[in-house]
Design a protein around this ligand. Structure first.
Ligand SMILES: Nc1ncnc2c1ncn2[C@@H]1O[C@H](COP(=O)(O)OP(=O)(O)OP(=O)(O)O)[C@@H](O)[C@H]1O
Ligand SMILES: [Mg+2]
Length: 157
């Protein structure tokens, strides 16, 4: 009981990343939480930009590294966080309303605020293979396990 599902996705170019983000977008609902990790320049913001497009965000999404949080209005609002600067602090309670909000929360560098996160969310790891190739690993339990099954079927893995 309470296991975690894990799926790997082979990404050969930006278009594949867009298709994967689209598959994720098709599973979002209010309160959905996505955590992203991967080295600098692995594609966390790029993934978020594609996701935003497919959840119907019209505004340009750019990296919130220096602001930590950016809020975008849409059919479901997007709360885009980059908690890189919280590495040595570990939390920021002002983010609570957004992590546990009614929109879609996307958190780049989520391990840096691990203690603020719920047990269940969609954990995404991006591994860089070379300039255009990535391996994306997604893990989830509970309702995210079901979402992951859908994502995998849509992406065609
Ligand atoms: N398959 C791919 N998926 C994602 N990004 C790719 C891919 N191929 C090339 N790229 C490029 O890699 C770069 C990824 O940068 P991005 O800002 O998204 O990374 P990041 O993980 O958010 O970095 P940071 O840790 O600084 O926030 C972009 O320039 C993007 O165009
Ligand atoms: Mg980024």
């Amino acid at each position: 009981m309470g296991g975690k599902m894990k799926k790997r996705f082979i990404i050969n170019n930006l278009n594949d990343m867009e298709l994967l983000a689209k598959s994720v977008a098709e599973t979002v609902k209010p309160g959905y939480i996505i955590g992203l990790k991967g080295t600098l320049g692995s594609g966390k913001t790029t993934f978020t930009q594609f996701l935003a497009k497919y959840i119907g965000i019209k505004d340009n999404v750019n990296s919130p590294t220096f602001t930590i949080l950016k809020v975008y209005k849409g059919p479901l609002p997007l709360y885009h966080m980059d908690v890189y600067r919280l590495e040595n602090i570990g939390y920021d309670y002002e983010l609570d309303d957004f992590i546990y909000g009614d929109g879609v929360a996307v958190i780049e560098w989520y391990p840096y605020i691990q203690s603020m996160l719920p047990n269940e969310f969609l954990e995404i790891t991006i591994d860089v293979i070379n300039e255009d190739n990535r391996i994306v690993t997604m893990e989830g339990s509970g309702s995210y396990e079901i979402a992951l099954e859908t994502i995998s079927n849509r992406y065609g893995n």
